[in-house]
Design a binder for this molecule. Structure first.
Ligand code: BDR
Ligand code: CA
Length: 316
């Protein structure tokens, strides 16, 4: 099996943290680094959380580069706290990490690593895309050097989760999304249309916790606030695995159904600011700029996720 080398750009965030664990539990993936960004919570906390979760999983060898503290133009919202808790990791109480961030800004870290090995690294974007947008502006040579970009963001036929028309990651920095969508990098978009079909239930988390392990306990404690939010607003006993679903492109692509579209993002500042809209009827004649996961066998993905968490829990 050839393993895929990936970097995750992230704003942890509960489901971001679950994505790192899934990557570390997956033999198909070699996680090379994390780059952090503000989003669900401020940059100090997202960076601290990235280090702490890697340490929990015995993976503090993986470098973490701290990135942007603010979106390009929009102010940093605080709506993430309602979903992810004030620490960003729900009710999980991880010790202060002993490991340190690398001595390089995330933008420069990305540029250096992508240019050093062209067409080798797949970048997973699971937060607002501020770091990558600025990296593209600073060093456009990374565009042809990137193998692929997998983005959790947007809502195509589905409603938004932060405004009626916008998904959180895109809304948090729509200008960054605009730069990335139009850069010419091969993109796979994993929007809410697919991620809302991947619902981890409280029963799944209890089942996992039959194993006495810090990983299983972390999954339970980290998802607690997230699940309270879903219960209150969605009347559902669980939570969506938004960010982890991006990794299905590598570990279980057969679960996803893709369509190819020209997708753009509204940056006009009006009621649909941050809305991702696809030219579904091909009326604009604009070329396809991404493949979009419009559907997924959601329960199969959740079961795969639980299986991988069980094997990681047995190791740690
Ligand atoms: C996205 O928003 C964040 O709150 C999650 O971590 C995920 O990346 C879902 O809309
Ligand atoms: Ca995220």
């Amino acid at each position: 099996m050839t393993t895929k080398r990936i970097i995750i750009d992230t704003d942890p965030g509960v489901d971001d943290a679950l994505t790192f664990l899934l990557a570390l539990a997956s033999p198909e993936i070699q996680l090379e680094a994390l780059t952090t960004v503000c989003g669900n919570i401020g940059i100090d906390k997202t960076t601290r959380n990235a280090l702490a979760v890697l340490e929990l999983a015995g993976a503090s060898r993986i470098p973490v580069a701290r990135g942007c503290a603010l979106p390009l133009v929009s102010p940093l919202g605080t709506s993430g706290e309602a979903v992810h808790g004030t620490s960003g990791l729900g009710k999980a109480d991880l010790p202060e990490p002993k490991s340190q961030i690398v001595d390089q800004h995330a933008i420069d870290f990305l540029i250096e690593h992508i240019l050093a090995e062209p067409q080798e690294i797949t970048l997973f974007m699971i937060g607002p895309m501020t770091n990558l947008a600025l990296a593209i502006r600073k060093e456009p040579r990374i565009v042809p050097a990137l193998k692929e970009l997998v983005i959790m963001g947007g809502a195509i036929k589905q409603g938004g989760n932060v405004t009626p028309l916008a998904e959180f990651n895109i809304y948090a920095d729509p200008h960054a999304a605009h730069i990335v969508f139009h850069a010419g990098i091969p993109i796979t978009l994993i929007p809410l249309d697919a991620t809302y079909k991947c619902l981890l239930t409280t029963a799944d988390v209890e089942h996992l916790n039959r194993i006495d392990s810090p990983i299983a306990r972390f999954v339970r404690d980290a998802t607690a606030v997230y699940m309270d939010f879903y219960k209150k607003y969605e009347n559902f006993d669980g939570c969506a695995l938004h960010d982890p679903l991006t990794l299905a492109t590598l570990i279980a692509p057969e679960l996803l159904t893709f369509e190819e579209h020209h997708v753009d993002v509204d940056i006009s500042g009006g009621v649909s600011n941050g809305n991702t809209f696809a030219d579904l009827m091909k009326v604009s004649k604009k070329p396809v700029n991404m493949r979009v996961a419009m559907d997924v066998r959601g329960r199969d993905f959740v079961e795969l996720f639980i299986d991988r968490m069980e094997s990681l829990s047995r190791r740690i």
